[in-house]
Ligand binder design. Structure first.
Ligand code: PEP
Length: 256
């Protein structure tokens, strides 16, 4: 089954009005050269409005987080999914490892966020991945199944018809240490297998992104793996030329 590559930029807590404008104009200048690849950027929430207005055609807007609450209300500091929709978001990251590790997001909470996002018409990008300690103790598959099952059990396999999964080994995020082609493909094949255990057709069409120190010099190798359908890019998404070079790797592998 052919899946369109998705290359998504997670800006994390970075940016300013000036830096964002420069980054977006750099992306706009080259976006047409990667026309077969879906591009998406996730700025900090306060910039969603200005970034959404400045985005070039064909670049989707995503948020980095949302509240799990079904309805807006007395939840100081939180952002509701209806607000993200109102500002033009199509995607939202859920369960990024920094949210899990630094803000105590449990598998359960992540599943609630995923469900709320979908209920409100957003496409969740479910981030999952093991720590170095978990990998070294041979627990990678156990951790990936636990994180994925929490969502499958709550929302069902049908929900993956409009969801994206990002495999992000925690030890590779922001460390400059990338998973090898073999490690990444093995994890992706394992995840696709878990989805296929519930529904093979849906598993075949779900986009699985790799994230973790993906750069222009390793993107082609990673994206050429059978079960890798694009990337979630942190640091390298803050430089237009790097982000576009990564997208160009996906473009060169795109099936017309
Ligand atoms: C991320 O933040 O999701 C990420 C993959 O970061 P980096 O590319 O910097 O490792």
């Amino acid at each position: 089954m052919t899946r369109q590559y998705l290359v998504a930029g997670n800006w994390k807590m970075n940016g300013s009005l000036k830096a964002n404008a420069e980054l977006l104009s750099g992306i706009a200048a080259q976006a047409a050269t990667v026309a077969d690849v879906e591009l998406m950027v996730c700025p900090p929430s306060v910039y969603l409005d200005s970034v959404g207005r400045a985005l070039s055609a064909g670049v989707a807007l995503g948020a980095q987080n949302l509240s799990e609450q079904a309805k807006p209300g007395a939840f100081t500091g939180e952002v509701h999914g209806t607000m993200l929709v109102e500002f033009g978001c199509r995607y939202v990251l859920v369960g990024h490892s920094e949210r899990r590790a630094l803000y105590g997001e449990t598998d359960q909470r992540v599943a609630e966020k995923y469900q709320t996002a979908q209920t409100l018409g957003l496409i969740p990008v479910l981030c999952i991945g093991e720590t170095l300690e978990e990998r070294e103790s041979g627990a990678t598959e156990l951790v990936l199944s636990r994180q994925l099952d929490a969502v499958l059990d709550r929302c069902g396999i049908a929900s993956f018809q409009s969801a994206v999964v990002a495999y992000e080994p925690v030890w590779a995020i922001g460390t400059g240490k990338t998973a090898s082609r073999e490690q990444a493909q093995a994890a992706h094949a394992f995840l696709r297998g878990l989805l296929a255990g519930r529904d093979a057709k849906i598993a075949g069409s779900t986009r699985l992104l790799y994230g973790g120190s993906c750069r222009p010099d390793n993107a082609h190798e990673l994206f050429s793996c059978a079960d890798i359908d694009g990337g979630l890019i942190g640091g390298a998404s803050l430089k237009a030329s790097d982000f576009l070079a990564i997208a160009a790797a996906a473009q060169s592998l795109s099936k017309a």
